[in-house]
Ligand binder design. Structure first.
Ligand code: SF4
Length: 181
């Protein structure tokens, strides 16, 4: 198999299992880290550094667009007070996957997937539904995975500890910053 897949990477700990698993299956993997949802800048920089590390550790390329938090805030305008897991997060997944799809088309990838489904806190059915819609609208094929299955999340916790990866304690945006963090 020699199929090109763009893997949307939400963060390095969530990517440390999907990347090697996809490579072992024979996929040609190209990473993509959106990042403009992350607040503040120094948190973005820490997460980006970890994403660059996990990409080079697995010898895959990774695209990183410019950091534009104002653009992300404008796109979620009106949804600021939504609870975590609500409509703002649905919009956020779509924003990230739309950006990933544009990059997949630019790079000539045929397939797309995301690391988001390794999280035990996220609605994986919704993520795969949005991924499928976004992929189809860009002429791509969605590789629907639920990475948290088969102890995926536990493997990611163990592996990210072994690799010394930075593990954040909140999802990412200004609205998800823990008050006690
Ligand atoms: S909590 Fe996470 S998924 Fe939801 S809007 Fe914020 S960064 Fe995006």
């Amino acid at each position: 198999m020699d199929k090109r897949l763009l893997l949307h990477i939400c963060c390095a700990p969530d990517a440390c299992v999907p990347i090697p698993d996809l490579l072992a299956e024979g996929w040609e993997v190209h990473g993509f880290f959106y990042g403009s949802n992350i607040h503040p800048l120094d948190e973005y920089a820490r997460r980006l550094e970890a994403v660059r590390f996990i990409s080079s550790h697995n010898a895959i390329p990774c695209s990183v667009p410019d950091y534009s938090p104002e653009e992300w805030l404008a796109l979620v305008h009106g949804l600021e007070h939504e609870p975590e897991g609500g409509r703002r997060c649905e919009r956020c997944f779509r924003i990230q996957l739309e950006a990933a799809a544009r990059e997949a088309v630019r790079l000539g990838c045929e397939y797309m997937s995301t690391t988001l489904t390794i999280s035990p806190h996220k609605n994986v059915a919704l993520i795969n539904e949005i991924g499928g819609e976004v992929s189809r609208s860009h002429g791509l094929k969605w590789e629907a995975r639920i990475w948290r299955k088969n102890n995926g999340f536990l493997r990611s916790v163990r592996l990210s500890r072994e690799l010394g990866l930075y593990r954040q304690n909140y999802c990412g945006c200004v609205f998800s910053v823990r008050k006690d963090a």
